[in-house]
Structures are given as C-alpha cells and as structure tokens.
Design a protein around this ligand. Structure first.
Ligand code: HEM
Ligand SMILES: *[C@@H]1O[C@H](CO)[C@@H](O)[C@H](O)[C@H]1NC(C)=O
Ligand SMILES: *[C@@H]1O[C@H](CO)[C@@H](O)[C@H](O)[C@H]1NC(C)=O
Ligand SMILES: *[C@@H]1O[C@H](CO)[C@@H](O)[C@H](O)[C@H]1NC(C)=O
Ligand SMILES: *[C@@H]1O[C@H](CO)[C@@H](O)[C@H](O)[C@H]1NC(C)=O
Ligand SMILES: *[C@@H]1O[C@H](CO)[C@@H](O)[C@H](O)[C@H]1NC(C)=O
Length: 507
C-alpha cells in the first residue's frame, strides 16, 4: 500500500511538474507575443500536420519535373502571401520572401539562429569548416580565412587568363555548337584548386582524353558525387538512412585523401620554414598562398583540410553556374553581345585590369541581372535556436510581427523574392540587364547573402566571371543560342541551366 502511495505521489508530482512547465511556457510566450505585437499567420502549405510527408513527396515530384523553384514560387502566389507555414518531416517551417524578415534572420537577430540540419548533412564532406559551423567555431573559421580574400589575392588575373586560354582551345571558332557550361565547370574547379592548393586539377587539359586513371580527374568526379550525396541527405531528410551509401562513402574518402596530400605538403613547408628561422636563415617572403597561410596559423591538418574543402564547395559550382546561366540568356539576346563588344572595345584587344573590369557598366548589369533572375544559391534556411520574432508575416495581410518558436526552420526563397513583381515590376521574369540603370536594391537582392555570413568570395567570383565574359566578348564577334527551349532549373546545391549552355560562337 505504502509503496503504491509513493508511486502515486511521485507520478502526480511529475505530472504537475510537466503541467507547470507547459503552462509557464505558454504564459511566457503569450506575454512575449503581446509585447512584440505578434499576430498568427493563417497561411499553411502542408496538409499532413504530423510528418509533413505530403510536403516531402511534393518536393520529390517537383524535382522530377525540374520545377522545384517555380513550384515554390507558385506556393507563395497561390496562398497570396509572402510568408507561410510549412513542415519538413517533424520540423515546423516558416517560408518567407520578405526582405525585412531576411535582414532580421541574417543580421539584426543573427544570434537567434543556427544553420540547423545543414550541419549534419554536410558533415561527411565538410567536417567543421566555415560553411558548416556556428557560433565560436564559425567566428574562428571566418577570422582564419578572411585575409585570404583581400584584393591582391582575388585579383590574380594572370591565373584566370591561363585557365581561360586552356578553355578557349575547346571553343570552336566557326559557330559549331558547344556546351559552354561543361567548360565553365572545368574552368572554375581548375582555378579554385589552384587558388586553394597551389595545384590545379587542370581538367581543361584533359577534355576528351582517356582520363580514368588521372588522380586530379578522379578527385573532380568524386567531389561531384560527394556534393550530390549532401544534397540527397538534405532532400530525403530522415529517409536517407534507407538508401545505398556505398558510392558516397568512397567518394568522400577519395576527396579527403586528395586534399590531405596538399595539406601534408603545406604543413611540411611550414616546419621547414620554422627550422630555417630557428637557424637564423630568413629567406625572402614567398608568394602568398592560401594553403600556406592556413598552415602558418594552425598545424591541425584536419582543420586545414576542412576549411579548404568548404571553400572549394562554396566557390566552385557557384561561379560556374553564374556563367552558364548568364551565357544562356546572353545567347538569346544578340544585341547585348554587340553592346558588350562596344563597351569592351576600349581595351583595344589587350587584357582588362581589375579596375577596368569593375567599371564596365553593362558587364556588371549583365552579371547582376543573371544573379537576380537565376540566383545560384536559390534558397537557404536558418533554424531558430530561441523564441524570437520576425517583423513581418503576422496577420492575414502579413504586415504585423510573427512569433517564431524555438526549433522552427526559417526557409527564405531568394529565387521567389528576386521575381516578386511588386519589387521588380511586371517584367520580373525577364532577363533585362538595363533595369540596373535605376536599381539600387537593399535586402530584396541577395545573391551573396548578407550580414556577418555574407559570401567571402563575392569579389573573387565577380572578378572571375567578369574576366571570362570580357575575354570571350573580345575573342568572338557573335554568339548564337543553340537551345530553342526556355531556361530550366538544374538544381543541386546550386542552380544552373539544366540543358547546359549550348551556343555557337563566331570570330
Ligand atoms: C557567383 C558566385 C557565388 C555566389 C552566388 C555565392 C553565394 C554565397 C552565399 C549565398 C553564401 C551564404 C551561405 C550561407 O550562409 O548559408 C556564401 C557563403 C560563402 N561563400 Fe560564396 N558565393 C559565390 C562564390 C564564392 C567563391 C568564388 C568563393 C571562394 C573562393 C566563395 C566563398 C564563400 C564562403 C567561404 C562562404 C561562407 C561564409 C560564412 O559562412 O561566413 N563564394 N556564398
Ligand atoms: C606553386 O606551384 C607552382 C607550380 O606547380 C610551383 O612552381 C611553385 O613552387 C609552388 N609554390 C610554392 C610556394 O610552393
Ligand atoms: C548527381 O545526381 C544526378 C541525379 O541523380 C545525376 O544525374 C548526376 O550524374 C550526379 N552527378 C555526379 C557527379 O554523380
Ligand atoms: C550499393 O551500391 C554499390 C555501387 O555503388 C554496389 O556495389 C552495392 O552492391 C550496393 N549495395 C546494396 C546493398 O545494394
Ligand atoms: C550589383 O550587385 C552588387 C551586389 O551583388 C551590388 O553591390 C552592386 O551595387 C550591383 N550593381 C549595380 C550596378 O547596382
Ligand atoms: C535542349 O537543347 C537542345 C539543343 O541541344 C534543344 O534542341 C532542346 O530544345 C533543349 N531542350 C529543352 C527542354 O530545353
């Protein structure tokens, strides 16, 4: 009897404790909402409120028809709201295209958010590098990497020219059809690996050759497979565990071993340098190398490898995608090519300088317009790590603040925001570089993100893309599209033209 009574009392106490904490949470949240003037948001996309299975399936269907971005944009349109509720497996999601909300997540209330599920999905390939960590760890990485993106490092036009020349060899001069996209992807991995490791994969040297046993080529391929796997993990969420992971595991191993070789070299270099210094024999300062700078600051090999892998992932497909999307659009508007030729004619055939590249107005408009219409990082998200509030999205008109409970994923759709007609006009879906003559956008234009985690490689990317474009414009009098269809999304972690960039060029 006495025993039962003890259980009964303990059980009731536990029950009361739960009730009490729930009630306390409810009351404090009610006060928090009131204090911030929050209103509920009545727009909900998913119908399965428990697991959001319908949402996962809809996502898979959209990816089969290559319309994930368009379908997402249509959700906003159909619901008639720039902010709505959804669900990813068991996680509550808030979708938004409000610049003010995005500014709040990325900048004003930066500390209320983390990267969320991305960390786990990226971990096999990226470990704990900048792109994949939060808090102190991220701040550390950012501090470590930032100096490598100073102007002198990212403006190495000689390196870009070397890779460009190799690319040019594969571009027919007589107007026969070529897929520039494939060449752009080779160019950017070649230049990024040289920038990061001081060793280029030189994949442009090996177009069409029997490449199977070349370690650089094996690495490039494995890196693609490993990236794919990361995406699969994100897309399938908890269902990923049921897939066959053999290929992905092998790919990650190949990537790690390849990069580790360069890291070993760099750490050895640093040790020799230290030994020389100890012996009193200071040598002349050598050329600045990304990997050497990292080795100077830490001897933790895994750390250096992780950071290099992160920057390679962040920098490679992105720039290639920008180029392939932009050339897809340029090829459809021959008059733009003509005007670019006129703009760049002042060079009289010589190579552009860094400053000149920055000052070609139409060239800049073309790049900006491509990143608006086809943002290569088309969507992104952050996880609320405490109860917080968004300035917009509450109420049926979405004009009042919205309460965000801890554990909510905020997914912001750059693609849909960049195509909002109320922000960019009724022709928002068209590629029109000239609109930039009057545009001075703030947070409604976000190809490189904003706030403390803004892209570190923005200048590198715009310099490389601008350089390659200027050089192609110099080399060829005319470009024609060889693709009758409209642009379609080729969505991986980044977004490029699904059907490639098929053009004909004439000199
Ligand atoms: C057109 C080309 C590019 C675009 C559109 C782009 C876009 C972005 C975006 C949207 C982010 C934010 C990701 C997030 O926080 O969730 C980002 C971060 C980053 N990007 Fe880029 N990027 C480009 C090229 C590059 C290049 C060429 C490099 C390096 C060579 C690079 C290095 C980085 C790094 C290191 C970060 C992480 C910054 C941090 O978390 O603190 N990016 N980029
Ligand atoms: C960088 O690579 C080039 C080409 O392989 C090589 O000649 C040079 O010595 C390397 N630089 C350093 C500092 O290791
Ligand atoms: C990535 O996945 C897609 C679709 O599953 C496939 O078509 C593509 O070949 C894969 N890329 C690599 C490098 O494995
Ligand atoms: C998984 O895929 C690999 C090839 O990538 C194959 O060799 C293996 O048999 C597959 N395993 C299962 C259980 O299907
Ligand atoms: C192009 O976009 C960048 C940001 O990506 C911005 O800083 C710049 O002002 C834009 N250019 C023009 C001409 O508005
Ligand atoms: C893809 O490109 C080919 C040219 O190689 C073109 O004929 C076709 O219309 C394009 N397909 C789509 C769906 O855009």
């Amino acid at each position: 009897m006495a025993q039962h009574a003890v259980f009964f009392v303990a059980g009731s106490a536990f029950f009361l404790y739960i009730l009490y904490t729930r009630l306390a949470l409810y009351l404090s949240r009610r006060a928090f909402k009131k204090q911030n003037g929050c209103q509920p948001n009545p727009y909900v996309f998913n119908k399965d409120p428990i697991l959001g299975i319908d949402n996962i399936l809809a996502g898979l269907r959209s990816s089969k028809t290559y319309t994930v971005l368009e379908d997402t944009q249509n959700k906003y349109k159909d619901l008639g709201s720039n902010t709505f509720h959804s669900r990813l497996a068991t996680m509550p999601v808030i979708m938004t295209t409000e610049p003010e909300n995005i500014k709040t997540i990325l900048s004003l209330k930066f500390k209320d958010y983390s990267l969320g599920a991305r960390e786990k999905a990226f971990k096999p390939l990226l470990g704990h590098g900048i792109f994949n960590s939060d808090g102190e760890r991220w701040a550390n990485s950012r501090h470590l990497l930032r100096p490598n993106f100073a102007r002198d490092q990212v403006a190495d036009l000689d390196a870009f020219e070397r890779h460009f020349k190799l690319m040019l060899k594969h571009v027919p001069k007589d107007g026969s059809t070529v897929d520039l996209q494939e060449l752009f992807f080779r160019l950017t991995i070649d230049s990024a690996t040289e920038f990061l490791f001081n060793h280029s994969t030189n994949s442009l040297r090996m177009v069409g050759q029997d490449e199977a046993d070349n370690e650089d080529v094996i690495f490039s391929k494995a890196f693609g497979v490993a990236q794919n796997d990361t995406l699969t993990r994100i897309r399938l969420s908890f269902m990923y565990r049921f897939t066959n992971q053999t290929e992905a595991r092998d790919a990650v191993r190949i990537c790690v071993e390849y990069v580790d070789k360069w890291v070993d070299d760099a750490v050895r270099w640093r040790q020799e340098k230290d030994a020389e210094k100890a012996a009193g024999g200071e040598k002349d300062e050598e050329r600045y190398l990304f990997i050497h700078e990292l080795a100077k600051q830490t001897s933790d090999k895994a750390r250096i490898r992780d950071e290099l892998m992160n920057v390679l992932l962040a920098g490679r497909d992105t720039t290639a995608s920008l180029l392939s999307n932009m050339f897809f659009e340029l090829a459809k508007q021959p008059e733009l090519w003509k005007r670019l030729r006129e703009e760049i004619a002042v060079l009289d055939g010589r190579l552009p300088t860094y400053e000149e590249l920055r000052n070609f107005k139409l060239l800049k408009w073309c790049l900006n317009e491509s990143l608006r219409l086809h943002p290569v990082v088309a969507a992104n998200s952050r996880l609320a790590i405490k109860d917080t509030v968004l300035p917009l999205g509450g109420g049926s008109d979405g004009k009042t603040p919205l309460f965000v409970p801890r554990g909510t994923l905020i997914s912001y759709t750059t693609y849909a925001m960049h195509r909002r007609e109320d922000l960019y006009g009724p022709d928002a879906h068209l590629y029109k570089p000239d609109r930039w003559a009057n545009l001075r956008p703030g947070w409604e234009y976000l190809p490189f993100n904003g706030g403390p985690r803004i892209c570190l490689g923005q200048q590198y990317a715009l310099t490389e893309a601008g350089f390659v474009t200027a050089r192609l414009v110099q080399e060829f009098a005319k470009m024609e599209s060889r693709d009758d269809g409209p642009w379609k999304e080729g969505l991986t972690l980044t977004c490029c033209s699904l059907n490639g960039t098929k053009v004909g060029l004439f000199n």
